[in-house]
Ligand binder design. Structure first.
Ligand SMILES: Nc1nc2c(ncn2[C@@H]2O[C@H](COP(=O)(O)OP(=O)(O)OP(=O)(O)O)[C@@H](O)[C@H]2O)c(=O)[nH]1
Length: 511
């Protein structure tokens, strides 16, 4: 039995979570673990080391269940993948000859002659009487479509090549008969991706933005099936060429008999979450708790930072007080992983996720009001948003001062509300500067991969400070965990959503 001694800083830290979660699944087939904690002087709970005892077991190799490829940092992969797709080759046609009249029978009975004539006339013919010869089947196309049932691109990492089937060949024994059919066309290979997936050629141009469920794009067209040719002795050719277009003239014609090859395309798929509202804040502020409190989503919640590794989505019901108009106040909320200082440069988990705010129309800042300096935290997040994309600061937003069930938060709530409400200028942009479409169009796709922050071409924006952008639409003290002032918070979020809708309508009218 071998002993593996591992120093684990804290049992609840992300690193130990990674160990707890991933190690057994990686190694259990071969090893077993027993874990004990040795603190200093044998005292439990003091700084020390974990001893992992591992031994080799005779784990059964399951032939049917292959171990899934290990994805060590799923958050880095859930929204981006490179795949290669190939459409199917076309099926082959055939080189055919006309059936020979039976030479052994010296004289044909009239009945037999009639039968043969009928047989000849039952060949498929075009409107001008020329023969239609069978073709090889069309190779399978490759289509990518937006499927509401998918929420990440993780699955596509398990398989990086997708090939459609080839078309069927003309099934012939070399002789033209009336039974000959075209080769079977191969089915289209349909690859589902989450709604909000952007499809690009690898290091190339944008092909599609599949922002609506069911939207699809034909990525690679299957190869065309080969045609069939009639092989004829020279002396009969003249007469037959009048009857069919596909009479062989020379060896080069044979090329047409082979099905055309399918196309191979390397693609980059990038997911941009589609949500109306983006929840932003430092790690541990309570974003996931908020999502779980007001929607049916079940995000991971824990008291250590970066519990959220991938954006979680939840659906906020419409406001019942609006009666029939309630459905206009429904919204999708996205809980993004916590941002930290330097997120726009890729620190923490930030940069990968900042792009998921692009399609949102309202931001909800969640601030831990019990933290040491909530105002500084709030500014940090705003600054990160500004550095990544200044247009994010032009979106309407609401600030939630969370955890007011804790006395340290509750006592300073009035002063915090006042201080945060006053950060920014009073004017609300006279014309709505952002619509989702406008934002998406204005952002170059290359910025997905840029290592430097995205800088708007607008010089004014570049020079603007946080104070130069508008103030929050509302600042609300709340405890999402204890359910304090939830209704007031929902009222403000819905009012802000309505405002966004109104300004989008105004924008549409002005265009
Ligand atoms: N006392 C109190 N604790 C809260 C409240 N809301 C959230 N928490 C706690 O704060 C911790 C962090 O909450 P999360 O919802 O995971 O925070 P998050 O902002 O999603 O964190 P990341 O995933 O790191 O971005 C958890 O232990 C929650 O129980 C609240 O209103 N009051």
């Amino acid at each position: 039995m071998a002993c593996l001694v591992v120093s684990i800083p804290s049992s609840s830290s992300p690193s130990s979570r990674l160990l707890n979660n991933s190690a057994p699944s990686l190694l259990c087939n071969r090893l077993f673990f027993s874990r004990s904690f040795k603190g200093q002087g044998g005292h439990p709970k003091k700084a020390g080391v974990y001893i992992l005892k591992c031994g080799i077991t005779k784990a059964k190799e399951s032939s049917s269940t292959k171990p899934a490829p290990f994805i060590s940092e799923p958050h880095k992969y859930f929204d981006q993948v490179v795949i290669t797709v190939r459409s199917g080759d076309g099926g082959h046609g055939a080189i055919l000859s006309m059936p020979q009249p039976n030479q052994r029978t010296p004289s044909k009975s009239p009945a037999k002659h009639d039968k043969e004539r009928k047989k000849k006339s039952s060949y498929k013919r075009d409107f001008d009487g020329s023969l239609i010869l069978p073709m090889g089947g069309h190779g399978g196309d490759v289509v990518i479509y937006a499927d509401e049932g998918k929420d990440s691109l993780l699955e596509l990492h398990k398989k990086s090549r997708y090939s459609a089937k080839r078309g069927g060949n003309v099934d012939a024994m070399g002789v033209l008969t009336s039974q000959l059919r075209d080769g079977l066309a191969a089915p289209t290979l349909r690859i589902p991706v989450p709604v909000g997936t952007v499809v690009k050629r690898k290091r190339g141009k944008l092909l599609a933005d599949l922002a609506q469920p069911g939207e699809e794009i034909l990525i690679a067209r299957g190869g065309q099936g080969g045609i069939s040719l009639l092989e004829m002795p020279e002396h009969k050719r003249k007469q037959l060429m009048a009857l069919t277009t596909n009479v062989m003239r020379d060896d080069n014609d044979k090329v047409l008999v082979l099905g055309q090859p399918g196309e191979e395309v390397s693609l980059e798929l990038i997911l941009r979450v589609v949500a109306d509202v983006g929840l932003v804040g430092l790690p541990n502020a309570g974003k996931s708790t908020l999502l779980a409190a007001i929607t049916l989503a079940k995000p991971d919640i824990a008291d250590y930072p970066f519990t959220t590794l991938m954006p979680n989505l939840g659906r906020l019901d419409g406001d019942p007080s609006l009666g029939a108009g309630k459905y206009t106040s429904e919204a999708t909320l996205a809980d993004l992983p916590g941002l930290i200082e330097g997120a726009h440069l890729g620190k923490g988990l930030g940069r990968n996720f900042l792009r998921h705010l692009r399609r949102t129309r309202l931001l909800v800042h969640v601030v831990d009001a019990a933290a040491e300096n909530p105002v500084k935290d709030y500014r940090t997040v705003k600054e990160e948003l500004r550095m990544y994309n200044p247009e994010y600061l032009e979106r309407p937003y609401v600030v939630l001062l969370n955890k007011i069930d804790l006395p340290e938060a509750f006592d300073r709530l009035p002063s915090l509300i006042q201080e945060i409400s006053e950060i920014g200028c009073n004017e609300i942009p006279s014309e709505p500067e952002i619509s989702n479409e406008k934002v998406i169009q204005s952002l170059p796709l290359d910025s997905e991969h840029a290592t430097t922050p995205l800088v708007s071409p607008n010089r004014d924006q570049k020079e603007k400070e946080i104070e130069d952008y508008s103030r929050p639409l509302a600042v609300v003290g709340v405890s999402v965990l204890k359910g304090i002032r939830i209704n007031e918070m929902l009222k403000e979020i819905r009012a802000a959503l309505r405002k966004c809708q109104d300004s989008n309508k105004a924008l549409e009218l002005s265009m």
